[in-house]
Design a protein around this ligand. Structure first.
Ligand code: ADP
Ligand code: MG
Length: 386
């Protein structure tokens, strides 16, 4: 393979296999079973398949979190265990793990710090990303109070904080309403227009249909179908013609012309196509917004961070996809600190607390034990963040 071609390949798997073993080293599950695929730079690549088909296991091997049992896997031409490539990858896990006592701003600031970004850059990116994912009104809310959809949105923001070249999104739209799904898809398209490579795992086929250039369909750890959307879904035996609504008379004429030209009448369908439910839902919401119907919860996403928009094309694409963002309520005011850093007072137990948010729980007064744990965590953290 030429060097040029190699440079364009972001992930290459050959005979990739993962067998989970039990305590006695006996094979327990053949999660991924000899798959080959190639992800090229700038592609949105879909890993499709029902639950349990091996998508997350494949992703974890790409991230170097699991070792392949067999086969060869290269990421940016390197072994996935190579630490240097990690900073080029952004990852949204299937379950969003958040430190529940951090606010939304502090969460992104924390991840930015892990990637060694300067305080100024952390602050700018955090604000821009939260705006983009529709959490502008929740800058200073603790993520422990977030609903599943909100947690998913901040997870997506977190995956982009290091401006990665490869973004891996595992079921990014789970828990999101159709508007949120659409916004995630818009962000994916924007990332692709900026030359980023995206790997998207999903069992929701509608998610993938609009955004993936190339895809594999997994079942039982094996690839059952692969190719571009066009190749996979093209109906070879049907021709569709779309024109503005025809009069009944024209339809009659058209039908008899087709029959006269040898088309079986029972196979001719002439009528108005049905819109898909997603388009219909988005239209209903748009109308409600225009009539200023009140809603609680997440707002539609806003401006895309400037650092994620390389070209005017990217911006133009997004402008056509989005309505202008709505004015934010007062809670969206920027944080007051000049140089925000992770608020150690609120990080209760780094290394101990690593759980998914429980939206039903509300903020509670801290008791004595929590205070002590917090002081302990302060010490740990100040050492860590030096
Ligand atoms: N840590 C593990 N130990 C044992 N089996 C596992 C483990 N992780 C995943 N599996 C099994 O591997 C298969 C594929 O799982 P997964 O990759 O999570 O599928 P998907 O992401 O497509 O839903 C499933 O049968 C699952 O039960
Ligand atoms: Mg999975």
């Amino acid at each position: 393979m030429s060097e040029q071609a190699q440079n364009n390949i972001v992930v290459e798997a050959t005979g990739l296999t993962k067998i989970f073993r039990d305590f006695w080293n006996r094979p327990k599950a053949r999660a991924v079973n000899g798959i080959d695929f190639t992800v090229k730079a700038g592609q949105v690549f879909g890993l499709l398949g029902p639950n349990g088909s091996g998508k997350s296991t494949t992703v974890k091997m790409i991230l170097g979190l699991l070792y392949p049992s067999r086969g060869v896997l290269k990421v940016f031409g390197e072994d996935p265990q190579n630490v240097e490539i990690k900073s080029r990858i952004g990852y949204l896990p299937e379950e969003t793990y958040l430190y529940r006592y951090l606010t939304a701003m502090e969460t992104l600031d924390f991840y930015g710090a892990l990637f060694g970004l300067s305080p100024k850059m952390r602050r700018e990116r955090s604000e821009q990303l939260l705006n983009m994912v529709g959490l502008a009104h929740a800058f200073n809310r603790r993520v422990g109070e977030f609903s599943k959809g909100m947690a998913r949105r901040i997870g997506l923001a977190q995956a982009l904080v290091n401006d990665p070249d490869l973004v891996i999104l595992d079921e990014p739209t789970s828990g999101l309403d159709p508007i949120g799904c659409r916004e995630v898809k818009d962000v994916i398209r924007l990332l692709a227009s900026r030359g980023k490579t995206v790997i998207l795992c999903s069992h929701l086929l509608a998610d993938v249909q609009d955004v993936c250039d190339d895809m594999v369909v997994l079942y039982g750890g094996k690839i059952r179908a692969e190719g571009t959307l066009h190749e996979i879904l093209r109906e070879e035996k049907i021709t569709r013609l779309e024109v503005p609504t025809l009069s009944d008379e024209t339809k009659r004429e058209l039908r008899s012309w087709l029959v006269a030209n040898g088309i079986d009448e029972s196979q001719i369908k002439l009528g108005n196509p049905v819109r898909n439910l997603e388009e219909f839902f988005l239209e209903v919401v748009k109308q409600a917004r225009e009539q200023s119907v009140d809603t609680a919860g997440v707002q539609a996403g806003g401006e895309i961070p400037r650092y994620l928009i390389a070209s005017e094309d990217g911006k133009a694409l997004l402008d056509t996809l989005r309505r202008p963002s709505e004015p934010e309520p007062a809670a969206a005011k920027p944080v007051e600190q000049e140089q925000p850093k992770v608020d150690v007072d609120k990080l209760e137990a780094l290394g101990a607390v690593h759980e998914a948010p429980k939206p039903e729980e509300t903020q509670q007064e801290e008791d004595q034990a929590a205070k002590e744990a917090r002081e302990k965590a302060n010490k740990k953290l100040s050492n860590l963040l030096k």
